[in-house]
Design a protein around this ligand. Structure first.
Ligand SMILES: NC(=O)c1ccc[n+]([C@@H]2O[C@H](COP(=O)([O-])OP(=O)(O)OC[C@H]3O[C@@H](n4cnc5c(N)ncnc54)[C@H](OP(=O)(O)O)[C@@H]3O)[C@@H](O)[C@H]2O)c1
Length: 210
């Protein structure tokens, strides 16, 4: 059963986005478990440099967090053991041909990639968030609530309770959550679409998402 007030964030992938979300989450007071590729000592070294205070964790430990973030490539996510995922899973992933190889099924307006992720992890509640802003922008983009320059982050899910949990995390990290119900509408946030890479106010993001 998802918790109403998330306290722990489990991040799979200790690359550019994973490190950034780990660091922002720690600054906002969350406990952070990070599962990178390779041995735990390698992740521990990454933590020392980019997110001191996070804990290098196994996959089993990370999936027990209140919110689990898939900060990995889409084709890596396709290989995850779906039996491990039962809670709120944030999907910030994008199709990147250089990393994923040619995958026309990952660029199909009728089947946005978050809908595919939901199919891959049927026991989880998938929430799309943070995919449309570059990690460098996220790293320096936190603003207090009410700041006129605060950016909106789309938080899209089929389940309102899970969307609310992720929205609370997004808000705590310093961004305005723009909650949309309907994962099937997320093609507009994917690479190649106008909103991808855009840093917009929540009002403008909501307007453009329709
Ligand atoms: N970079 C951005 O600005 C940005 C912004 C929004 C969304 N995104 C999306 O976020 C995802 C990650 O992007 P990124 O830029 O952070 O990529 P990245 O720097 O390449 O990091 C991905 C990391 O995930 C690791 N990994 C792969 N499979 C794993 C597994 N099963 N368990 C643990 N770790 C695993 C990789 O390790 P190995 O290298 O050893 O395989 C790599 O360290 C992508 O889907 C991307 O489209 C990125």
């Amino acid at each position: 059963m998802p918790v109403a007030h998330p306290e722990s964030i489990g991040i799979i992938g200790a690359g550019k986005l994973g490190r950034t979300l780990a660091s922002l989450s720690l600054a906002a007071g969350f406990s952070v478990l990070l599962h990178g590729s390779g041995p735990r000592a390698r992740t521990a070294r990454i933590i020392e440099t980019f997110a001191p205070g996070a804990v290098a964790a196994t996959l089993d430990e990370v999936v027990a967090a209140d919110i689990v973030v898939l900060a990995i490539g889409l084709s890596d996510a396709e290989e995850l053991d779906s039996a491990l995922f039962h809670g709120v899973v944030v999907d910030p992933m994008n199709y990147w041909e250089e990393a994923d190889g040619p995958r026309p099924d990952f660029d199909d307006a009728a089947m946005p990639t978050s809908v595919l992720v939901k199919r891959w992890l049927p026991g989880a509640s998938v929430v799309k968030a943070f995919n449309h802003v570059a990690y460098r922008d996220l790293a320096g983009g936190s603003r207090r609530a009410g700041d006129p320059h605060r950016w909106g982050i789309a938080v899209v899910a089929d389940d309102t309770r899970s969307a609310a949990i992720v929205a609370a995390w997004v808000d705590a990290l310093g961004f305005d959550p723009v909650v949309i119900e309907d994962l099937a509408s997320t093609y507009a946030l994917q690479p190649g679409q106008a909103l991808f890479g855009a840093t917009l106010s929540s009002a403008e993001l909501r307007r453009q998402l329709g």
